[in-house]
Design a binder for this molecule. Structure first.
Ligand code: BES
Ligand code: MN
Ligand code: ZN
Length: 496
């Protein structure tokens, strides 16, 4: 689907904005005038109130060049931000994507806190994100199930500034799509080696990619990561993707991702119902991969390294047992009391490796770590933990701006005691159903060196959505959560 910026668009369908109370903005008013008041008449007949995402779908109004007019609400005009414009465009695209229409014209208006140029670029972003589909394995789609839309025109006066912004944003969209594709791929196709190969492709856009195999990890002492992997016939991989767009010698930002390409739970086997969702247990690694792609494509002036730990967590004759004690690269030992708390085990070694090898200025890990974070926050916010106030605030702001919100949860020594054990330096579960997400974060913290600003994002509830969550910018399953947040954070805080 092509995006074009034009001053006067023509096509099958046009979408305009309305605000709370059912007030048309300038573009809609012009259509209403052209149709001698039929647009407003139709809006009234449809009981349209302009709430965010509400749509008045008007067919064949007289006097306008479009066969279909979509009036879509953005909610209260003072509260409407760039994300509201994205969702507005997303609703329009989703409604007509497979409708038979080939060309959609979006007529965004400025809002009190969104300039015309911003409205135009956000409209493009929303249109692109909403058009994402994962149809790789659908061989029998009927013509009417396939996207008919081939072009979206963003129609506005003086589109140059919006167009320039949208061209930069296209890199971010590519990153989000990369993450969504990775999360969507089935686990027989995407496993540690094949994931690593997809990261290898980032070399073509200027990244350095280094892939560690089990022998190298063994030499480094990564017993926790290898312990998780040992039950699978698929060998583990640890991949570092580097982008050196910043000044020479300045310390990199390190992004670390949990990449469990399938999590059965191991010997502590998960129940069968819904286990297929655990193909998405590499959502943290996917977010890191997508962020690296975005920052490389837009040639960010920053040094960033993405480290992903890739394993498959399987039961089997060689699988690790509850009670096993493993060594980590840091030298600390872990008693594995539940093989389903595997994310923290692989992160223990990946987080240590990222610090040991790259001496980063800041470390951020992303992981679909705990079901408990879904209990706490649902699918609306990721859980954030941080040992640094400024970093926590910057992440919160980046997530807010990009529609990927986080909610901070506490860390403290009092929770840390829950993972003490007489048998080793620590155990991998608390052993009672309390503060599950915090315990996971406290565990990872034991592998963060003193003085390293660090944040952990538990994205178990946001990497994918199951159930009735209608998001105009996302498909039903993989969201690509984290790519936009990380890209924004790097842009705001770490670029020269
Ligand atoms: N991958 C899961 C967490 C998860 C659950 C992600 C649901 C997405 C949706 C993780 O490896 C896991 O199994 N965590 C356990 C930890 C427990 C054993 C301490 C959990 O959340 O039950
Ligand atoms: Mn698990
Ligand atoms: Zn897991």
């Amino acid at each position: 689907m092509e995006i074009r910026f034009v001053t006067a668009g023509g096509g099958d369908v046009v979408a305009v904005m309305a605000t709370d109370g059912g007030e048309l903005l300038a573009a809609g008013k012009a259509l209403d005038t052209a149709s001698s008041g039929r647009i407003v008449k139709a809006m009234k007949a449809a009981n349209f109130k302009g709430g965010a995402g509400q749509v008045a779908d008007i067919l064949a109004p007289d006097g306008v060049d479009f066969a279909r007019v979509l009036v879509i609400g953005v909610g209260k005009s003072d509260a409407a931000d760039g994300m509201a414009v994205e969702r507005w465009a997303g609703h329009a695209v989703k409604r007509v994507l497979t409708s038979g229409a080939e060309k959609l014209v979006l007529q965004p208006d400025a809002l009190p806190s969104v300039s015309k140029a911003e409205a135009g670029s956000h409209a493009a972003m929303g249109a692109r994100l909403a058009a994402y589909r994962f149809d790789t394995y659908r061989t029998k789609l009927k013509p009417e199930q396939k996207p008919s839309l081939t072009a979206v025109e963003i129609s506005m006066d003086g589109p140059a500034a919006a167009k320039a912004r949208a061209e930069k944003d296209a890199a971010v969209v590519e990153g989000v799509f990369f993450a969504r594709d990775l999360v969507s791929e089935p686990p027989n196709v995407l496993y540690p080696e094949s994931f690593a190969e997809r990261l290898r492709d980032l070399e073509t856009i200027g990244c350095d990619v280094e892939i560690l195999e089990p022998a190298a990890m063994e030499r480094l002492g990564m017993g926790a990561l290898l312990g998780v992997a040992q039950g699978s016939s698929r060998p583990a991989r640890l991949v570092a993707v580097k982008w050196n767009g910043g000044s020479k010698g300045s310390k990199p930002v390190a992004l670390v991702g949990k990449g469990v390409t399938f999590d059965t739970g191991g010997i502590s086997l998960k129940p069968g119902a819904g286990m297929d969702e655990m193909k998405g247990d590499m959502g943290g690694a996917a977010a890191v991969a997508g962020a690296m792609k975005a920052i490389a494509l837009r040639k960010a002036k920053a040094n960033v390294v993405g480290v992903v730990a890739l394993v498959e967590n399987m039961p089997g004759a060689n699988a690790q047992r509850p009670g096993d004690i493993v060594n980590t690269m840091s030298g600390q030992t872990i008693e594995v009391l539940n093989t389903d708390a595997e994310g923290r085990l692989i992160l223990a070694d990946a987080v240590w490796y990222a610090q040991d090898k790259y001496d980063p200025s800041v470390l951020i890990d992303l992981a679909t770590l705990t079901g408990a974070v879904i209990v706490a926050l649902g699918h609306e916010n990721a859980g954030m933990f941080a040992n640094d106030e400024d970093l926590a605030h910057a992440i919160t702001a980046a997530g807010q701006a990009e529609g990927e919100p986080v909610w901070r949860l506490p860390l403290s020594a009092a929770y840390d005691k829950l993972i003490d054990t007489p048998n080793a330096d620590m155990k991998n579960i608390a052993g009672k159903p309390v503060a599950g997400s915090i315990v996971g974060a406290q565990f990872i913290k034991r592998f963060v060196k003193d003085g390293t600003p660090w944040a952990h994002l538990d994205i178990a509830g946001t990497a994918w959505k199951s159930g009735p969550y209608e998001d105009p910018l996302s498909p039903a399953w993989a969201t690509g959560y984290g790519v936009r947040l990380l890209n924004r954070l790097i842009q705001n805080r770490y670029e020269d």
